[in-house]
Design a protein around this ligand. Structure first.
Ligand SMILES: CC(C)(COP(=O)(O)OP(=O)(O)OC[C@H]1O[C@@H](n2cnc3c(N)ncnc32)[C@H](O)[C@@H]1OP(=O)(O)O)[C@@H](O)C(=O)NCCC(=O)NCCS
Length: 187
């Protein structure tokens, strides 16, 4: 009997572990910016060469890294959070490398780390501007739409997280993710 992992049969390599945490060492920060450029410049063409802006001066970067032999090896997920006004925090630049999407709940766990970290830092509101194709994804994670807005020529929704679903925690958390794709058995 052969066991296939649904949707991932064609992948040459499937990491078995990821970590999610606030970016700290310089290789994590470099990987965080490289991934953002790859997704928002090369893939989505939202920015020309670099997606950095003034929010990066104050934002807290959060990463997901895939592990090799048990050690974090490469940044494959990113998001940043910042306090836009007292008590009001925002998340932005959520990105998962294309090879690692819909595999280990990396995007969902980056959002959980982002909102719970901000909650721990005193957020009483957490907001994000979400591209239209991701609105359902956020709704399933207990966010609601507050209305629509066009940014960079693309339709977005202003969305708000339900903080009661994101317990506050400190900034020293490291979460280990193990992809658990649904299995399909073939006789
Ligand atoms: C949006 C994005 C971050 C999602 O990351 P991801 O790691 O693939 O998402 P997850 O694996 O955590 O998804 C969790 C669940 O939501 C589903 N999901 C993922 N993206 C979805 C979407 N756009 N719409 C609806 N459901 C979605 C997954 O299938 C999975 O479902 P399951 O629990 O039933 O298996 C990723 O697709 C991405 O980086 N896209 C390009 C950049 C981008 O759009 N950034 C966001 C700007 S608002």
């Amino acid at each position: 009997m052969t066991v296939f992992l649904e949707g991932v049969e064609e992948r040459p390599f499937i990491p078995t572990e990821y970590v999610v945490r606030l970016a700290s060492p310089s290789w994590e920060r470099a990987g965080y910016h490289a991934l953002r450029r790859e997704v928002f410049c090369t893939e989505q063409h939202i920015f020309a060469d670099d997606d950095r802006d003034t929010i990066d001066d104050i934002a807290i970067p959060i990463i997901a890294a895939c592990c090799m032999a048990g050690m974090p090896d490469r940044v494959v997920g990113a998001v940043r959070i910042h306090e836009a006004e007292p008590g009001v925090w925002r998340g932005s630049r959520l990105a998962v490398h294309a090879d690692h999407r819909k595999l280990g709940r990396i995007g969902a766990e980056l959002i959980r780390m982002a909102v719970s970290t901000a909650h721990g830092l005193g957020a009483n509101q957490f907001l994000a501007q979400v591209q239209e194709q991701n609105v359902l994804f956020f709704r399933r994670l207990h966010w609601k739409s507050l209305g629509t807005i066009t940014l960079h020529g693309l339709l977005h929704h202003d969305m708000q997280a339900d903080l009661s679903r994101y317990p506050a925690h400190g900034q020293d958390q490291t979460w280990l993710l193990r992809p658990q794709p649904r299995t399909r058995q073939v006789a």
